[in-house]
Design a protein around this ligand. Structure first.
Ligand SMILES: C[S@@+](CC[C@H](N)C(=O)[O-])C[C@H]1O[C@@H](n2cnc3c(N)ncnc32)[C@H](O)[C@@H]1O
Length: 270
């Protein structure tokens, strides 16, 4: 230990503060690094120090979005960067218009990720660092993973972990999620009703994500599994417009993209 924390060093490895000069006119000596940056659950106060450092210095800030809209991950970054020149939006060809297993959706998404990966590869090859802004944690149901899979063997990669959406939600709901030997099951609401019931029936605690139009099915599955009384609905956890309510007291079945249901465990509490 030299007594100097990494935070005090002016130039941490991997993130240059200025564009790297090319070694020759044709090919740079060093390629850029691909960063997957966990942006946390919504409140920018939950960004990590490492995430802020990468956001401040990466040459390109890439964010997924709906066509014509700003991605939520980019909105979180507003607290740190206002620099529009570095922004690189990647609009999805579809979001909820087609079922995720529809062959047309699968083909369109594969083409979208292939093309985006090649465009990013071109700037990485030119020695520029690319940060992909990912809501929550990049390796937890993150779109980043589809670019990572295509680029990880060609370029240096650093993944910056983030506070997950579910962690932000149970924090704001004021409920611990697991005690003692509780088993936690994370379920996408897109699963069939019977699968939801079967999984819910044999877990101690659960998080049901990606609610959207699936909330009526999730409500029915929780009722069938005997868990509706413990279910807590959280919408936009840690963000503006946050809502936390027992699911049994939610009068309607509308749920936005940023919503989930928590079923806190009731395990060993000495
Ligand atoms: C594709 S997953 C991405 C998860 C993300 N990588 C993470 O670590 O939380 C998107 C789902 O995460 C959940 N989610 C993420 N952040 C949330 C938040 N702040 N409030 C409520 N739900 C959230 C929602 O269920 C949403 O449909």
């Amino acid at each position: 230990m030299d007594g100097t924390s990494e935070f005090m060093r002016p130039e941490p490895a991997g993130i240059p503060s200025a564009p790297k000069p090319a070694a020759s006119a044709e090919k740079p000596a060093v390629t850029g690094t691909l960063y997957g940056v966990g942006m946390g659950p919504g409140d920018p106060d939950y960004l990590t120090v490492r995430a802020v450092r990468v956001l401040e210095r990466a040459h390109h800030l890439v964010h997924f979005c709906k066509a014509g809209k700003r991605g939520n991950a980019r909105t979180i970054a507003d607290a740190v960067v206002q620099d529009a020149a570095r922004e690189w939006p990647l609009p999805y060809p579809y979001t909820t218009e087609l079922h995720p297993e529809d062959p047309a959706y699968v083909a369109a998404l594969a083409g979208f990720y292939d093309e985006a990966a090649e465009r990013l590869a071109a700037v990485l090859e030119a020695g520029r660092d690319v940060a992909i802004l990912s809501e929550g944690d990049p390796f937890f149901y993150g779109s980043f993973m589809h670019l990572w899979r295509r680029l990880k063997d060609r370029f240096p990669v650093e993944v910056v972990p983030g506070v997950t959406g579910m962690s932000g939600c149970w924090t704001r709901a004021g409920t611990p999620i697991t005690w003692g030997d509780d088993v936690l099951t994370v379920l996408p609401a897109t699963l069939p009703h019977a699968t939801l019931v079967e999984r819910l029936a044999r877990t101690d605690a659960a998080v049901v994500m990606k609610l959207g139009r699936h909330l009526p099915k999730v409500r029915a599955a929780l009722t069938e599994a005997g868990l509706i009384g413990r279910a807590v609905y959280v919408e936009r956890g840690t963000m503006a417009g946050e809502t936390v309510t027992p699911l049994s007291e939610k009068p309607d079945d509308s749920a936005p993209y940023f919503s989930m249901v928590l079923v806190p465990g009731e395990g060993r509490r000495p």
